[in-house]
Design a binder for this molecule. Structure first.
Ligand code: U2P
Length: 255
């Protein structure tokens, strides 16, 4: 973390060093651990692929019918309207991003686990490495962790709280016909993890609402579930689909 403290921040810290009261908040404002929680976000492939746009599989490999990681995103408790120097921002900012440049020499031993659990489904970002690179540059560089620790933390969290299993155990099974009460999905995850998640939905080709992403709130250590600071259920309705992952007609398999 100390490497990422910028020269400007260092000068500010020196300038204010006699004012002990100001020193701590300033040090926090200059640091790349200046955030309140992580969102650990997982996407359901049945819903990513089951839209008008469809999806793509890297290397011609259909992934398993399991939630996949989208990202581990540092987030502020309250959106900010001024920058760290107290100047007003054009737009309010709800999370830090792009804190550093990319170091492409990532991952090493984590790659098989990442391919299984953090594969891309995007037809714009067709290689999983491009997806990881994007997530690292935009979000990971603000996490206060090095690359290896960051990706490992996301993988370990997913393994510890297996969403697909949690939902199955609560009788929430992927289905083309059934719809589920949104609160039942949220309660199932809350009971299993101790923290109610935020949920995001999208729409299938019949314009029905379906569970797309689950946002689990995680402490700044990247390990422990914590209470979400704001409740969110973007795009969801009271009853949602949790579609089976078999919508082959909308899938462009990559060659
Ligand atoms: O965080 C949003 C960015 O990540 C990309 N993304 C998302 C899911 C996925 O499986 N693969 C992937 O690359 C988004 O790409 P999009 O969904 O827009 O195709 C977006 O760039």
């Amino acid at each position: 973390m100390s490497e990422s403290i910028s020269r400007t921040c260092m000068m500010k810290l020196q300038y204010y060093s006699s004012l002990a009261v100001l020193l701590l908040p300033l040090a926090l404002a200059c640091s790349d651990t200046d955030f309140d929680i992580f969102y650990h976000i997982q996407q359901w492939p049945g819903s990513y692929c089951g839209t008008k746009e469809g999806c793509c599989f890297p290397g011609n490999q259909k992934p398993p019918a399991d939630f996949g990681i989208h990202g581990l995103w540092p987030n502020y408790a309250v959106c900010r309207t001024i920058d760290e120097d107290g100047r007003p921002l054009n737009q309010s900012k709800c999370w830090p991003d792009f804190c550093n440049a990319l170091d492409p020499s990532l991952l090493g031993d984590l790659e098989p686990d990442l391919l299984r659990n953090w594969g891309t489904l995007s037809c714009k970002n067709k290689e999983s490495t491009a997806f990881w690179s994007h997530e690292w540059t935009r979000h990971g560089t603000c996490s206060g962790m090095d690359q290896h620790s960051y990706f490992r933390a996301a993988l370990e969290f997913k393994a510890r709280f297996n969403l697909t299993r949690i939902l199955l155990d609560a009788g929430i099974v992927p289905s083309e016909e059934r719809t589920y009460c949104l609160s039942r999905i949220r309660d199932a995850v809350a009971e299993a993890t101790g923290s109610a998640p935020n949920l995001e939905c999208n729409r299938n080709e019949r314009n029905e609402t379906q569970l797309y992403q689950v946002y689990q709130c995680v402490g700044v250590d990247g390990r422990s579930p914590v209470r979400c600071l704001v409740a969110m259920d973007g795009g969801c309705t009271g009853m949602v689909k949790f579609p089976a992952f078999c919508a082959t007609e909308t899938i462009q398999v990559m060659r």
